[in-house]
Design a binder for this molecule. Structure first.
Ligand code: SAH
Length: 518
């Protein structure tokens, strides 16, 4: 096979980034924008030893799983990679991806048997409570807000996004007008010049509170009052929902909810916070470390179930409120708390999972690296009247070993919950968790590959996977959240080990007890 060859291919499988996979002349070929079941003509773009990348030229016979994307920019935009695939099929792909990681990387023999049915959405649109729009210029030099094209930093102008809240449309419009009227210089990534870099929006689906945060390469913006006025006019009283029925988009005003699972039904929107975040570094990181309030409050509030949370712009908060409820519900179920346990919530963010756990536990410790998030976590515990939580700022892999070494009784763990970023848990932390010997470990993960890697490490320490739940937190993409319950088969052994009986003996003793008991 050579570059520029034109060939026909049948797509047999999907890759982890949503690309179709087929075979030609014994080579594995990856083709973006195809769907399993497609027969297509493709052009080979790049050839490696056993694999090749090709570009879709023509669909000869469409897959039965193909659908027309709702967003007309879906193909160019790097955000949704699966919008052209039926939602049911998307869920199947996610479940398979998790299963494959657990089997191939995690070494689980019976992954499929341990997996619960995937938790998808009833209406997989308008679910995101947070959007980050890069600001730049189009080919004519006109300022634009939009999204990056897949794997690049070329800007695709957007006036709306069907996975975000409908209020983004009026926010984008207002910011564009402000840029024009106040002559705001927009940021040029290559030259590291200009002022306005990104616009971040957050909507409290449970409260109707809206935050708009402008990320600037500098320390001020011109005519801040004009910005606030435009945003207030745009946001306050805007319709809260939009529906897609038979391809027709319509806005709905508050109060006439359909009874579907959207938490914001019936709550009018209100601009609660406009802030400016300072990021003067030449970096791909969107947010800088500090923000200033221009209007309203420094945080917005949202609810998950009946717990209320304050969220700062720098803090992590799950982006899909409907699915977050399901995810945390699973984490809580797997934690199996009775009210007597001491629980560690590692990588706790603003204390969301911690507070759900705190309701059913004796004590919950949380640890998180972002100071603003820990500020939010402490305040959130107070706001909701919890007195059995304690939060620490720092790297989990440094704080937990230190505290546990200082006072192993106080900082013990009956149950540990971890919810790390994509790179997974630090190995230092995993060995500390093993030495803390909790009964159960609940691993919440946003990357099944690193989850599976960590499971393989933990299985050497006696942790056994009992159950796996897959939650579609990001419909139309291959990103997926997974919750895994691991039981620790050495947990009860700890005291015996200390007096010199090793785990195998313990199990022999236990087994013989069992024989006589039964
Ligand atoms: N459990 C929370 C947050 C999960 S996201 C929730 O559901 O909302 C992962 C979190 O880990 C982020 O808040 C991130 O800031 C934090 N983090 C990243 N690296 C960390 C580290 N080394 N130690 C502690 N926290 C870390």
């Amino acid at each position: 096979m050579n570059k520029n060859d034109i060939c026909e291919i049948i797509i047999e499988d999907m890759g982890k980034d949503g690309e179709g996979i087929g075979h030609v002349d014994g080579m594995t070929v990856f083709v973006k924008d195809t769907v399993v079941g497609d027969r297509a003509t493709v052009k080979v773009m790049k050839v490696k030893k056993n694999l090749a990348y090709a570009r879709l030229m023509e669909i000869r016979e469409p897959s039965p799983y193909r659908v027309t994307p709702i967003c007309e920019k879906a193909v160019q935009c790097g955000g949704c990679t699966l919008q052209h695939i039926s939602y049911e099929k998307q869920l199947e792909l996610l479940q398979n991806h998790v299963k494959n990681c657990l089997t191939r990387i995690g070494g689980l023999k019976d992954a499929e048997a341990l997996m619960e049915p995937v938790l998808g959405m009833e209406e997989p649109f308008h679910f995101r409570n947070k959007m980050q729009f890069p600001v730049g210029t189009d080919r004519d030099g006109t300022p634009q807000l939009g999204f990056y094209a897949g794997r690049t930093h070329s800007l695709i102008p957007l006036s709306d996004c069907p996975v975000g809240h409908p209020v983004n449309r009026v926010i984008l419009q207002a910011v564009k007008e402000y840029i024009r009227e106040a002559h705001v210089p927009v940021y040029d990534e290559e030259k590291h010049e200009g002022l306005l870099r990104h616009v971040l929006t957050r909507v409290g689906f449970g409260t109707g509170q809206v935050m708009v945060c402008l990320v600037v390469n500098g320390d001020r913006l011109p005519e801040e009052d004009l910005l606030v006025e435009k945003l207030r006019t745009a946001v306050d009283g805007t319709p809260v929902e939009r529906t897609f029925e038979d391809g027709v988009i319509s806005d709905r005003t508050p109060g006439n909810g359909t009874g579907k699972e959207r938490p914001q039904d019936g709550r009018p929107l209100r601009l609660a916070s406009v802030c400016m975040n300072f990021n003067t570094e030449k970096t791909n990181r969107i947010l800088g470390f500090h923000s200033r309030v221009i209007f309203g409050t420094a945080v917005i509030e949202d609810t998950i179930g009946d717990i209320r949370f304050e969220i700062a712009p720098e803090s992590f908060f799950q982006v899909n409120p409907v699915q977050t409820g399901k995810l945390y519900g699973k984490a809580l179920e797997y934690a199996g708390l009775t009210g007597e346990e001491t629980v560690w919530d590692m990588y706790c963010g603003i204390g969301t999972i911690s507070l759900f756990l705190a309701r059913k536990a004796k004590k919950v410790y949380g640890v998180e690296i972002v100071p603003q998030a820990i500020g939010n976590a402490k305040r959130n515990a107070e706001l909701n009247g919890f007195q059995n939580t304690e939060f620490f700022v720092g790297k989990a892999e440094e704080i937990v070993p230190k505290l546990y070494a200082e006072d192993p009784d106080r900082y013990r763990a009956d149950v540990v919950v971890v919810d790390p970023p994509r790179k997974g848990c630090d190995s230092e932390l995993l060995s500390t968790i093993a030495s803390m010997s909790p009964k159960r470990l609940v691993y919440v993960s946003c990357d099944p590959a690193t989850l599976a890697r960590d499971i393989a490490i933990l299985s050497k320490e006696g942790f056994v996977v009992e159950k796996v739940a897959t939650v579609d937190m990001f419909p139309h993409s291959m990103h997926v959240e997974t919750v895994v319950l691991l039981n620790n088969k050495f947990a009860k052994v700890k005291d015996f080990v200390q007096i010199g009986i090793d785990a195998e003996d313990y199990y022999r003793i236990k087994d013989s007890e069992k024989d006589t008991d039964e």
